[in-house]
Design a protein around this ligand. Structure first.
Ligand code: R5P
Length: 298
């Protein structure tokens, strides 16, 4: 038997419910509470031989501890196989020590999760200098899914003029090409230099192609928003008729969304990888369902 469990109170329960419904398994809630001293108590309701733990790892410092406790409790109750479905996987960007003495967070988190889980499934992880997710999670199954097809489908449903897709940096090329392929859309990939957490310089080539066009910026993650805000400003200056944004992961807080709007972004299309306060999001459940087929006992 297989079941899906999700932490109550971390905002992902609705997405976990969509997944459980789609794959036809029971869904359970993991209760967590904080002691007055700040420590966490985690309680799982039961364990299935194969248990799928659904937990997105935005704001990870608290969530990681609870997830590790939950996995340990599931083993104690007899779970033989624990699959972590983490729509957003944290700490993927710190894949080297950029300055002497810095922890390589990606490696630490990878080893930590690999000790507790048999399989990790995620969507569009930020893999840059490390080639595959298996390199991050030694000795366990690690699956990378991409939301590009879902983003492309969302674009195809639009009735507006065919957009010009723009990626802010070299890493975005992989997503932008996938999103562009079904409709054979035009693309431009810009160059980005990051100067600080919220400071980026973007060099936009071929500005002449932007004038009068509907432009959609495509990236894997919106965090501080600095990247897409800077790019949107350049695009408006270059005469874009309209500027929209698409990303798999939306970590943006309310103020960031406001800043994106002020920079001229009229629409934000993202997935439900991270719980949102407002707006609708593209459900990732169908992607996970396909990848989880082998976990469902006949
Ligand atoms: C980095 O290379 C990523 O692909 C994103 O462009 C970046 O993480 C976005 O971060 P922010 O919104 O803080 O600029």
């Amino acid at each position: 038997m297989t079941m899906v469990l999700a932490l109550s109170g971390d905002g992902t329960f609705a997405a976990a419910k969509r997944l459980a419904k789609l794959i036809g398994t029971p869904l359970g809630k993991i209760e967590a509470r904080r002691f007055p001293d700040g420590e966490s108590l985690v309680r799982v309701p039961c364990a299935a031989p194969t248990t799928i733990l659904y937990g997105s790892l935005d704001h990870p410092d608290d969530k990681l501890v609870r997830l590790l406790f939950a996995a340990a409790a599931l083993r104690d109750l007899g779970a033989r196989r624990i699959v972590l479905v983490a729509p957003y996987l944290c700490y993927m960007r710190q894949d080297v020590a950029f300055h002497e003495g810095e922890a390589v967070s990606q490696r630490v988190i990878g080893h930590l999760l690999a000790e507790r889980f048999d399989r990790v499934i995620t969507v569009d992880p930020h893999l840059h200098r490390v080639a595959t997710l298996s390199d991050v999670f030694p000795g366990i199954e690690a699956d990378t899914l991409t939301a590009a097809t879902l983003l492309a489908e969302a674009l195809a449903r639009d009735r507006g003029p065919a957009p010009l897709l723009i990626g802010p940096d070299a890493e975005s090329r992989q997503w932008i090409e996938e999103v562009a392929r079904p409709q054979n859309l035009d693309t431009i990939v810009a160059k980005k230099v990051r100067r600080g957490d919220r400071e980026v310089d973007i060099d936009l080539p071929a500005t002449g192609r932007v004038k009068g066009r509907r432009v959609v910026m495509v990236d894997d993650v919106i965090s501080s928003g600095a990247t897409l805000i800077a790019l949107a400003r350049l695009l408006k200056r270059a005469g874009a008729a309209s500027v929209e944004a698409m990303a798999t992961h939306d970590l943006a807080i309310r103020e960031t969304v406001g800043a994106l709007r002020s920079a001229g972004v009229t629409r934000l299309t993202v997935t439900d990888s991270i719980p949102r306060n407002e707006g609708t999001a593209i459900a990732l459940a169908p992607l996970f369902a396909e990848s989880l087929e082998k976990e469902i006992a006949p």
